[in-house]
Design a protein around this ligand. Structure first.
Ligand SMILES: Nc1ncnc2c1ncn2[C@@H]1O[C@H](COP(=O)(O)OP(=O)(O)OP(=O)(O)O)[C@@H](O)[C@H]1O
Ligand SMILES: [Mg+2]
Length: 253
């Protein structure tokens, strides 16, 4: 099956506020799929729904052909969904290697094989040295995470998500707080995740240079609702998207 993730009519209300309102889209295997929109549009809430941190008020989701609507975050993680967070989420006092191994232990806990093969090495988590090389931190394995530049801490966060060997990676603002050269490196790493690891990526990001240069397709949401879906070229010239988010003087148009 071509689609890895299918989202249909997904809705989440918080009291009187509908943070995610009847959103539908499909993500193909191997796609880098962007989700953009103004602050408060509902992007992080959408991630929380897909990852099982919030239960949907309405709608359905399927992953890899299986219905995951209403499943817990543990169940969804076990199926191969991992995420990185909007804010840095590493253990500051621990080294890069310790952070990666700790993420690996959690991943083994989530692995379907973990219960039966606790002592066997190959149980759903990746090798920490290999992941450190992949994210460019192999020379810093023994440095404490808190001593790294912010951009490198965010790379480490991506590495920690990789320890679960995910099929689908949800990345919430990986470039936030990064300088221009770190942003370029983050874009290259996201493409490498897909090209070399075959990981399907859902990318929430405000940096339009990164989004337009990295994503195959983009969903634009505003006030919880979908307003456009298509290739970067299509969404950046969409009148509703320009009005709600990009602005008339959008420099990459
Ligand atoms: N747990 C919650 N309880 C109540 N309201 C919430 C909760 N989480 C999010 N919201 C509300 O839902 C709306 C969407 O928030 P969300 O964090 O999903 O936006 P976002 O698109 O990620 O924004 P940003 O670009 O600023 O990160 C906001 O109005 C927010 O206040
Ligand atoms: Mg957010």
């Amino acid at each position: 099956m071509k689609d890895l993730l299918q989202v249909h009519g997904l809705t989440r209300r918080f009291g009187g506020l509908t943070a995610v309102n009847d959103i539908s889209f499909n993500v193909e295997r191997g796609e880098i799929f962007g989700i953009i929109g103004p602050n408060g549009a509902g992007k992080t809430t959408l991630f929380n729904l897909i990852a099982g941190h919030f239960r949907p008020s309405a709608g359905a989701m399927s992953f890899d052909g299986q219905d995951i609507s209403g499943q817990s975050s543990d169940e969804i993680a076990r199926r191969g969904v991992a995420r990185t967070f909007q804010a840095v989420h590493v253990f500051q006092e621990q080294t890069v290697g310790e952070n990666l191994r700790r993420a690996g232990v959690l991943a083994r806990y989530h692995s379907p094989f973990a219960y039966f093969s606790r002592r066997r090495k190959r149980s759903g988590s990746a090798d920490s040295l290999e992941v450190a090389r992949f994210i460019g931190l192999a020379d810093l394995l023994d440095s404490t995470a808190g001593s790294l530049a912010y951009g490198l801490q965010k790379m480490l966060g991506i590495g920690m998500a990789m320890m679960a060997s995910p099929t689908l990676l949800l990345m919430d603002e990986p470039a936030a707080g990064l300088n221009p050269s770190e942003k370029k490196a983050a874009g290259a790493l996201i493409r490498k995740l897909r090209d070399e690891r075959g990981i399907t990526v859902l990318l929430v990001e405000h940096d339009m240079l990164l989004v337009m240069g990295t994503c195959d397709r983009i969903l634009v949401i505003n006030q919880g609702q979908s307003i456009a879906l298509g290739t970067p070229a299509v969404v950046k010239s969409d009148a509703k998207v320009i009005e709600a988010y990009l602005g008339e003087d959008y420099e990459f148009a």
